[in-house]
Design a protein around this ligand. Structure first.
Ligand SMILES: CC(C)(COP(=O)(O)OP(=O)(O)OC[C@H]1O[C@@H](n2cnc3c(N)ncnc32)[C@H](O)[C@@H]1OP(=O)(O)O)[C@@H](O)C(=O)NCCC(=O)NCCS
Length: 173
């Protein structure tokens, strides 16, 4: 499946919103955000998470199919405070079911890490993944992330608690 990987701009806000609402709906265990909370927010809220500029605190990379449809995304949020500016968080990782196991997830994580490496002063990327989400955790491990702990009872979804595995990647090889 030929795809284009590029950074999202505010013009992609509606497509990103639709993709992530699908993600929250299909995989309630995998995301801390829930469909009902996020569906209430206007497209302008999503556009604010896609600010332009090289030093933006939030960057989202998207994967597009041949027709220009958004089929995957992953985001990077850089810490703002002086003492933690060397850290960023990978968030909102999702590939639409029809496009899975084709390496798009790998391309998105690699693009996020390349973006992080290009930012002066950034040294660490962190993320959390729900315990038992082996496809996602395995992908992160192959991309260079290591787990450093499990947060017990991190999310409560449909009457069940789930732990979150905390992972990190040192950007300096
Ligand atoms: C996790 C996710 C982003 C991966 O996307 P993808 O495009 O399928 O990823 P890739 O094709 O690059 O890689 C998938 C890899 O996982 C492997 N895999 C698939 N299911 C697996 C499982 N249950 N356990 C271990 N590995 C698995 C595949 O074999 C493939 O490995 P390979 O790269 O060695 O061939 C996608 O499955 C997804 O969107 N899941 C639902 C949302 C989610 O869990 N997001 C992560 C939140 S932290």
């Amino acid at each position: 499946m030929p795809t284009t990987i590029r950074r999202l701009t505010p013009a992609d806000a509606a497509a990103h919103r639709a993709l992530m609402l699908e993600a929250y709906e299909r995989h309630p265990d995998a995301f801390t955000s829930s469909t009902s909370e996020r569906a209430r927010l206007p497209v302008s809220w999503w556009a604010e998470r896609l600010p332009p500029g090289e030093d933006a605190d939030s960057v989202v990379i998207g994967a597009f199919d041949e027709e220009g449809g958004l089929i995957g995304a992953a985001g990077l949020n850089v810490e703002g405070r002086i003492k933690s500016r060397h850290k960023a968080t990978l968030f909102g990782m999702y590939v639409a079911p029809a496009a899975r196991s084709l390496g798009l997830g790998r391309q998105l994580v690699d693009a996020i890490l390349a973006t992080a490496r290009a930012r002066a002063g950034l040294r660490v990327v962190q993320l959390t993944v729900t315990q038992g989400n082996d496809a996602a955790q395995g992908l992160y491990e192959r991309c260079g992330f290591s787990s450093f702990g499990v947060e017990p009872m991190a999310v409560f979804v449909e009457g069940r608690f789930h732990g979150k595995v905390h992972m990190w990647c040192d950007l300096r090889p």
